[in-house]
Design a protein around this ligand. Structure first.
Ligand code: HEM
Length: 543
């Protein structure tokens, strides 16, 4: 072996000069054998170590094979197992020479550091923004810094205003009583199963469009029609998610060539934009022609259209489009998916269902007089539904609508648990895993127990860094209060009238997506309370 080659081979800070000397003494064939033996030793050692800790790191491929196996089964369960073994945080190492590296954590101390204490050091980051740019532009969901701060301030003020609250209450009452209940009644009368997740997704899509755009797209109507805007919105979200699975270079090449998922994305965004820009045009016209409309409407589009930017100019159509699209995305599927898991859990916990019914009945009996069909819950009554609030929070603990979230590190940092974070590192926080950790929720962490949220019958909230379903710190979900109100009204209105039964053997598993959908929906049948309860009373009397 030529000595110049040798120095290239062995000059590395990781190899000592003694080792280089040893190698010089060995014939080439033995060097190869020795390297092979070392590789096998390292592989066996890391496999044994890895399998002990629930995570295997292979030579060259890193942890990729473990991840692929995890994705094939259930990525959220796999991550929960690994995080439990690793004490709450670990660094995922992708194949050598790739940038597939990130820190994954489920430690509440780290969450507080990330979401609050060092908030400015952990923005959404360029990687996220570039990936979602075409669909979300500079809206609240994708923006950082001043662009985010300005939208956040306006939205927070608006969500707390009396006009906005009354508009959200009205729009929800209208949707529940004129659309949801008739659709459910028709399914009941037909005696056929219905996909409750689909019905709920339609309801929250219509509702968030009423809040963001002041327009009702009408997805939840008899016959459950396909609405081009809603379909395009769903397709655009799914095609954008594909960008997180592919290497950046690949999706950029597909975009350039207008092929595959990128072609699908471009076309879907065109439909979304056409709808949004038409609503914006009509609203500008309406606002300039009628003083009455200026004061009557309190949806987000109207609020932002009336405001001016930092230079005193009206906001551009593109900015208004970004604001609305981001709010629709944020409030579209989160509450419906949470409600679908909640109804599935109730089906397995009839005692919890009974406790919710008793709470609702106590409240409705105080009012007296109204027939069940006419019963409309008032905001002050919804506020008093503590047990229902607890049952929904408990569903979100076990099945958070946003199962994982991420940030990017701006400057080198260290987590409270000692994990070192280099500038540019991606940090993933595993919300789903956090809800199932004994170290956070105790020995009964896997049980569905609304009582853990109650003290003397009153709902007690938890730290946002322990219960992260709504995020925490300055980027805490803006729609949290509204989401609870919406979920409580929908759940109480259905449960008061129907027993919801999940179709036997219907497979319920989470879908691999940014939102925790049920992969096969939730097929249910409905029994009217007045049909179920005489039978239940008879059973009770007999026993
Ligand atoms: C059960 C229902 C909901 C859950 C679990 C939920 C959860 C979340 C989470 C985890 C985030 C942080 C996302 C991130 O920064 O990556 C978030 C942000 C946000 N949510 Fe919600 N959300 C729900 C309902 C809603 C509703 C109904 C609306 C609006 C009508 C809404 C509006 C927003 C907005 C605007 C943000 C962005 C806040 C910011 O970045 O400053 N959410 N939500």
């Amino acid at each position: 072996m030529d000595s110049s080659n040798e120095s290239i081979l062995f000059y590395s800070p990781g190899v000592s000069t003694t080792a280089a000397g040893l190698f010089r003494l060995l014939p080439e064939i033995q060097v190869v054998e020795l390297l092979l033996a070392i590789s096998i030793f390292v592989a066996i050692h890391s496999l044994r170590k890895g399998s002990r800790q629930g995570l295997t790191s292979w030579p060259v491929l890193g942890m990729l094979p473990s991840l692929v196996l995890g994705v094939r089964k259930n990525i959220y369960e796999w991550l929960t197992g690994v995080l439990n073994h690793q004490g709450g945080t670990f660094t995922f190492c992708g194949p050598w020479f790739t940038s597939l590296q990130c820190v994954i954590t489920a430690d509440p101390r780290n969450l507080e550091h990330l979401l609050k204490v060092k908030f400015t050091n952990f923005p959404k980051g360029e990687y996220f923004r570039t990936s979602v740019q075409d669909l979300l532009g500079n809206g609240i969901f994708s923006a950082d810094d001043e662009t985010w701060r300005r939208q956040r301030k306006i939205a927070s003020l608006e969500f707390h205003s009396a006009e906005f609250r009354s508009m959200t209450v009205q729009s929800l009452v209208e949707l529940v009583h004129s659309r949801l209940l008739p659709v459910l009644a028709a399914a009941h009368d037909r005696r056929t199963p219905i996909d409750l997740q689909d019905v709920l997704l339609r309801l929250t899509f219509d509702n968030v469009c009423m809040i963001a755009l002041g327009t009702d797209p009408g997805c939840l109507r008899p016959g459950l029609p396909e609405i081009p805007f809603a379909k395009a919105f769903e397709d655009a979200t799914e095609a954008t998610t594909m960008r997180f699975i592919m290497p950046t270079g690949v999706w950029k090449a597909l975009r350039y060539l207008d092929l595959g998922s990128e072609r699908w994305l471009r076309r879907s965004i065109e439909v979304v934009d056409e709808f949004a820009y038409e609503v914006i045009r009509a609203r500008r016209e309406e606002l300039s022609s009628s003083e009455q409309t200026r004061t009557a409407r309190s949806d987000l589009l109207t609020v932002f259209t009336k405001l001016t930017d930092e230079d005193g100019k009206p906001y551009s159509d593109k900015f208004l489009r970004d604001v609305c699209v981001n709010f629709i995305l944020a409030g579209r599927d989160t509450s419906s998916v949470a409600l679908a898991w909640f109804f599935w859990l109730l089906n397995r916990h009839p005692k919890v269902e009974q406790s919710i019914l008793s709470e609702i009945r106590n409240i409705t009996e105080e009012r007296g007089g109204e027939a069940d069909g006419e019963l409309v819950f008032k905001p002050e009554q919804v506020k008093r539904m503590d047990y229902l609030h607890a049952a929904l929070s408990e569903a979100l603990r076990l099945y958070p609508s946003v199962p994982m979230d991420h940030k990017e590190v701006v400057e080198d940092d260290v987590f409270p648990d000692g994990t070192v974070l280099k500038k540019g590192t991606k940090v993933i926080y595993a919300v789903y895993a956090m809800g199932r950790m004994e170290s956070i929720w105790g020995k009964d962490c896997m049980e569905y127990k609304p009582e853990r949220w109650l003290k003397d019958g009153r709902f007690m909230s938890e730290s946002a860094y322990k219960f992260t379903a709504f995020n925490g710190g300055p980027r805490l979900c803006v729609g949290k209060d509204f989401a609870y109100y919406q979920m409580k009204v929908v759940a109480a209105s259905i449960l008061h009238r129907y027993q919801v039964k999940v179709v036997e053997k219907h497979p319920v598993v989470p879908k691999m997506a940014l939102t925790l959908y049920m992969k096969h929906g939730l097929q249910v049948t409905l029994c009217r309370r007045d049909e179920v309860e005489p039978v239940e009373k008879m059973k009770k009397n007999k026993s």
